[in-house]
Design a protein around this ligand. Structure first.
Ligand code: FAD
Length: 290
């Protein structure tokens, strides 16, 4: 199971939920994050992705978490970014990951940290360049990011979709979307992708809201729209964290049921490292997820 390529999981016709973890900041304790991996793994996602600090700031921790996922018998999807990365560094990281049995990579440009603006270039300008390189290095299943509301730097949704074609030309096996809170945005986006001839599997990314201030800040940065019913929920429970968590799990569950009802077999959950959130969603879908 844990050596499976993600694309095999996505195409097996069953309903799968996967989730994302992020490593601790450099210099902090790793043990807590390893325990989070174990607690989420116990709830049985189909695979777990591990984010990567742009510039390689989390490389050791990201690899250690990916290993922990694999050791739990689940495939790890290891993120890698272009920011400040050269071919030697990426080859080294890929070899380390392969040593842990990881053969699934999510290749990204990365969020450019404020202190690296203007000084972030490495060997790869765009995610598609990194994808091509990873594919040349071994038998990796490679995913990429997709933006139902357009990437903030793309200028327009049309241009964003044109640029997504570079990922397909580079051999991307599947795409995982940025979060969205209105499923019609994803359905419109799917139509645009198909019209542009992009037909690799698309895994919707769902973010259960747990923190009012944080979600508003993340959405401002990523350009994600807050639909009125979502905004009302966040405002109503902003000062009641446990109520917001419960409402956030219910909202995310509703989005997922609608996605599954409309033919999406695979959904990725941005768990924000909170096992109880992933468990809450899985419990709500116990008769629905295979
Ligand atoms: P790219 O595909 O390089 O796109 C960046 C911009 O350039 C876009 O506007 C695109 O339209 C444009 N573009 C692409 N190709 C070309 C081209 N050939 N010519 C001209 N323009 C082009 N960030 C992290 O730092 N670490 C993570 O672990 C991480 N995980 C993520 C997981 C998911 C599922 C998602 C959706 C995002 C994640 N991010 C992560 C954030 C991501 O790195 C940023 O959104 C980043 O700004 C863009 O990444 P990309 O891979 O889409 O880059």
């Amino acid at each position: 199971m844990h050596n499976k390529k993600i694309i095999e999981i996505l195409n097996d016709g069953r309903i799968h939920l996967s989730c994302e973890l992020f490593p601790p900041k450099q210099g902090s304790e790793l043990q807590n994050s390893l325990e989070i991996v174990n607690r989420i793994a116990a709830v049985k996602p189909s695979y777990m992705s591990v984010t990567y600090g742009a510039g390689g700031s989390t490389v050791g921790y990201s690899a250690a978490l990916a290993k922990e996922v694999q050791d739990n018998g689940l495939p790890a999807l290891a993120h890698l970014t272009c920011v400040k990365a050269d071919e030697v560094k990426i080859t080294e990281v890929l070899q380390q990951l392969q040593g842990h049995g990881v053969n699934n990579i999510l290749a990204l440009r990365g969020d450019i940290p404020a202190d690296m603006q203007g000084d972030h270039q490495g060997s790869f300008a765009h995610a598609s360049d990194l994808m091509r390189f990873v594919k040349e290095q071994g038998d990796f299943c490679v995913g990429g990011a997709a933006y139902p509301e357009g990437h903030p730097e793309s200028g327009s949704l049309e241009q964003d979709i044109e640029n997504t074609k570079y990922k397909v030309e580079a051999g991307v096996d599947f795409l995982v979307t940025q979060m969205f809170f209105d499923n019609t945005i994803l359905y419109n986006y799917m139509f645009r992708l198909l019209r542009a001839g992009i037909n690799v599997p698309v895994v919707p990314g769902i973010m259960p809201v747990t923190n009012a201030k944080q979600i508003i800040r993340i959405c401002q940065l990523s350009g994600t729209k807050l639909p009125p019913q979502f905004r009302a929920m966040v405002e109503k429970f902003a000062d009641k964290p446990e109520a917001l968590k419960q409402a956030g799990i219910a909202y995310a569950t509703g989005q997922i049921i609608d996605l599954i009802s409309n033919g999406f077999d695979n959904v990725h959950i941005y768990t924000m490292n909170k096992p109880e959130i992933f468990k809450g969603i899985m419990d709500n879908l116990s008769e629905i997820v295979d």
